[in-house]
Structure formats: C-alpha cells, structure tokens
Design a protein around this ligand. Structure first.
Ligand SMILES: [Ca+2]
Length: 113
C-alpha cells in the first residue's frame, strides 16, 4: 500500500525523470554511432558507459535494482516472456541477450520481489 501511495505522489517527478532518461538514450545512441563512424575509441567507451548508466537508471525507476540493467532483470525473472523475446530480437547478434545480461550478484535490491 505504501508503495502505491509513493508511486502516486512521485508519479509526476517519475514521468519527468523517465522522459529525460529516454531523451538521453536517443542522444547516447547518436553519439555511439558517431563514435563508430569517427573511429573514436574514447567516444565509443564513453557512450557505452552512459547507455549502461541510463539503462540501470530506468531499471531503478521501475522499482528494480539500481546496479542491474533492464535486460539483466528480465533475463533473471522472466526469460521466456514476450518482452524477453522482444529484447532478444533487438540484440539479434547475441545468442540470448537477456540471459547473457544476467549478473548473478545483482537483483537483491529489487523493490518488488
Ligand atoms: Ca551491476
């Protein structure tokens, strides 16, 4: 019940943060490809770190562990769901992206178990 009240109170802030995060993702993806085109190793690594940080931020915003990516959380909890299959399609170059993203030492800080 407290979690639901908390979500209602913080929903406007949550939506603002989420919007900024999603906007940041698009900028990061653009920078990532710019780094690839320019052959810039530093820009490449910099944007990769930013993308992981944003991914984990979105996971924390949705009551997940702040040290885990969304893919890792999906792979740990619901690896056969439609969303897991959707993520695996996006990361087509990996055998099973959501399972590869699982970090065995993460997930204990999920707010919703
Ligand atoms: Ca981690």
């Amino acid at each position: 019940m407290r979690l639901i009240i908390g979500i209602i109170i913080f929903a406007p802030f949550y939506l603002i943060f989420m919007s900024v995060d999603i906007l940041t993702v698009f900028i990061q993806i653009a920078l990532f490809f710019a780094g690839k085109l320019l052959g810039s190793d530093i820009l490449d690594r910099y944007t990769y770190k930013q993308i992981i940080a944003t991914d984990q931020s979105l996971n924390a915003l949705t009551a997940g562990d702040e040290d885990e990516t969304i893919s890792g959380r999906i792979g740990r909890r619901i690896p056969n769901s439609w969303f897991a299959k959707f993520l695996n399609k996006i990361y087509f170059w990996q055998e099973n992206h959501v399972l590869e993203a699982v970090e065995t030492d993460e997930g204990q800080n999920d707010l919703i178990q």
